[in-house]
Write a protein that binds this ligand. Structure first.
Ligand SMILES: Nc1nc2c(c(=O)[nH]1)N[C@H]1C(S)=C(S)[C@@H](COP(=O)(O)O)O[C@H]1N2
Ligand SMILES: [Mo]
Length: 199
């Protein structure tokens, strides 16, 4: 008999069980940016989904925050080996944004203000796996962590969670983003330790 009783959700997972291979726990929130922090005022922020057929769907900040929001609490795993557990965000599920977008695409290129890009399969943005996050721990997302709005895709390494997100380009064929084109893994599953090409 274990000393922890099983609830309806099953046994709570110990923090070491929530740590993917090769990761260590951190309590602080490191900032990792490939360039300077773009300053994008919320009232000038826009987000566009462009389909492979050239159709564009655009939301302003006011339109985004008027959409149904979720408050996911998720674990973050950076390829540089730190993980941070139980981070709380508020944002809009990509399911909501993609609901009325007609596409035959299987891939997405995420674009940020400042020029950063990252690619992922479109299905990894669906089914409750990804959000446009505009609040962190009850406050606006700090600029250095991607505010006013960052993508949050916590089941992949954190380089896929584009900060200062400005749009998603839907693509029929996969293409590498910024880090993926200089040696990072195309997919980046922390549980399979897909850090670099060939992992
Ligand atoms: N636009 C943009 N998004 C980005 C990055 C970046 O340089 N530019 N760095 C990525 C990397 S490598 C990581 S680990 C996380 C870091 O997020 P944080 O600075 O909030 O910890 O953001 C990701 N998103
Ligand atoms: Mo990273």
């Amino acid at each position: 008999m274990g000393i922890v009783s099983r609830g309806f959700q099953g046994r709570p997972r110990r923090s070491d069980e929530r740590l993917p291979p090769g990761q260590y726990l951190t309590e602080d929130f490191p900032v990792l940016s490939a360039g300077p922090t773009p300053r994008v005022p919320a009232d000038r922020w826009e987000f566009t989904i462009a389909t492979e057929a050239g159709t564009r769907h655009t939301w302003t900040w006011a339109q985004l925050i008027a959409l149904p929001a979720e408050e996911p609490t998720v674990d973050l795993h950076c390829v540089t080996k730190w993980s941070k557990l139980d981070t709380s965000w508020r944002g809009v599920s990509l399911d909501v944004l993609l609901e009325d977008v007609a596409t035959a695409a299987d891939f997405a290129m995420v674009h940020s203000y400042g020029g950063y890009t990252t690619n992922l399969p479109l299905e990894d943005l669906l089914d409750g796996q990804a959000w446009l996050a505009y609040a962190y721990e009850g406050e606006d997302v700090p600029a250095e962590h991607g505010g006013p709005v960052r993508l949050l895709v916590p089941h992949l390494y954190l380089w896929k969670s584009a900060k200062w997100v400005r749009g998603i380009e839907l693509m029929l064929e996969d293409e590498p983003g910024f880090w993926e084109s200089i040696g990072y893994h195309d997919y980046g599953d922390p549980w399979r330790e897909q850090r670099y090409q060939g992992d």
